[in-house]
Design a protein around this ligand. Structure first.
Ligand SMILES: *Cc1c(COP(=O)(O)O)cnc(C)c1O
Ligand SMILES: [Zn+2]
Length: 421
């Protein structure tokens, strides 16, 4: 791949050729996360903002010269990427803000942001001629890999905690993955999956381990900026578990700055659940994330439950280097944000997706954001992924259906009550 210079270890700075190494820096075990270094002069000769105006490919592959795949690589047929960026004027004015957009990655083929990474994983696995691809996941990365593999007939083995929401497990079974339900946490599933991949030689898609996952996910940053006609927003709010997504947004924005396609770096705002706030705490207290021990994570927002965020190096840098912030929210604040976001925009998010919006509300209340800023909220997962969470949310805000006998008199009673409201 002529667009790649090296894979650089984020712990020691050592650089490797992409054909030398698949995952992490051998000198640092599983902590030696690698960052793909690009030749931006080379890329700038392959693709430009003007070319993109003519591009008729509305998937992540419109940015193929900026991705770690060969120019002629076959890509999976599912339409991953180019999700809508909705203007949200009612939501903005309710918060006293001028401009808010909601990027809805709940509309991806398997209904979460994770499709962006899994699409790249499938290409890399095919490149390596891998017999089996594997991942551990709280659910969405699993469903994404499962669906993307099904689209090309690639065998795969998936590790998820047995407590993952039913809809996510249903996706895995429907797509025909071999599904291992782990009686333990996501962190336990992650450890087991790493061991399995090493033992059996399976291609490993795990975020914060496989360096190419960041590269697939960074396409969201490209899309946001292209959809805004290359005027970068002031801030982007996103929820954070392992930290791969926020790190990937940072990476995408750095690429665009290096290419001269945008002229400022948006502030990245990472939103964590109080019960899974490793990165919030590390950021707030200036702790060393190479030595900080894991926490025990527990939150209703299953997609951001991570005791030891595997992509913590990139995730912390994303906030500190952009002048953003980490925000910590209670599960109730996260749940209440589901109907609030839905009613103000028509976007139905799963708890971890709504958390990004809850983070914006919190930041406005704490005056971390000024009214004239241009803000993007990233919804990372569809609300139908976690119906139990959604029902808990509407209960929390006291929204109830009217249960009646099937006759007009009963209905009239209900309507009369509304009129007297
Ligand atoms: C995975 C995921 C996140 C968090 O991404 P990380 O890379 O783990 O920080 C947020 N929301 C949803 C819906 C997800 O699936
Ligand atoms: Zn290293």
């Amino acid at each position: 791949m002529d667009n790649i210079l090296s894979l650089k270890c984020l712990v020691c700075g050592k650089q490797y050729r992409p054909d030398e190494i698949d995952y992490v820096c051998p000198d640092h075990g599983d902590d030696g996360v690698l960052d793909v270094q690009y030749d931006y002069n080379f890329i700038g000769r392959q693709i430009s903002r003007e070319n993109l105006l003519q591009a008729d490919n509305f998937t992540i592959w419109r940015y193929k010269p900026m991705l770690p795949v060969r120019p002629d690589a076959a890509v999976p047929p599912l339409a991953v990427g180019w999700t809508p960026l909705y203007a949200a004027p009612r939501l903005a004015s309710a918060l006293g803000l001028k401009t808010v957009w909601v990027k809805d990655d709940g509309l991806q083929p398997t209904a979460s942001f994770k499709d962006r990474a899994s699409a790249v994983a499938v290409v890399k696995a095919m490149e390596k001629g891998a017999g089996i691809v594997t991942t551990a996941s709280t659910g969405n990365a699993a469903a994404a890999l499962s669906g993307l593999c099904a689209s090309v007939g690639q065998s795969n083995v998936i590790f998820v905690p047995e407590t993952a929401p039913q809809a996510k497990i249903a996706q895995l079974l429907v797509f025909g993955s071999r599904v291992i339900l782990v009686k333990g946490s996501y962190d336990d599933a992650f450890e087991l999956c790493l061991k399995a991949a090493k033992n059996y030689g399976w291609y490993n898609r795990n975020s914060g381990y496989n360096p190419y996952m960041t590269e697939g996910k960074k396409t969201a940053a490209y899309e946001i900026c292209e959809q805004l006609a290359w005027k970068a927003p002031d801030r982007i709010f996103v929820s954070v578990g392992d930290g791969c997504i926020i790190g990937s947004l940072h990476k995408g924005l750095k690429d665009l700055l290096a290419l001269g396609w945008i002229d400022k770096m948006p502030k990245l705002m990472g939103v964590q659940a109080a019960g899974s706030s490793y990165l919030y705490t590390a950021w707030k207290n200036g702790e060393d994330i190479l030595t900080k021990p894991p926490i025990t994570a527990h939150t209703v927002a299953d997609s951001i439950s991570a005791g030891l965020p595997s992509d913590r190096i990139k995730a912390l840098a994303a906030v500190t280097e952009t002048g953003g912030a980490y925000i910590r929210l209670s599960d109730d604040d996260i749940l209440a944000a589901i109907p609030d976001l839905a009613r103000r925009t028509g976007v139905f998010a799963e708890p971890a997706g709504a958390a990004a919006y809850a983070g914006l509300v919190n930041a406005v209340n704490r005056r971390l954001v000024s009214g004239d800023e241009e803000i993007v909220v990233l919804n990372t997962g569809n609300g139908l992924k976690d119906v139990a969470g959604a029902m808990q949310a509407v209960d929390l805000v006291d929204t109830k259906p009217f249960r009646i006998q099937p006759d007009v008199a009963a209905l009239e009673q209900v309507v009369a009550d509304w009129d007297s409201d």
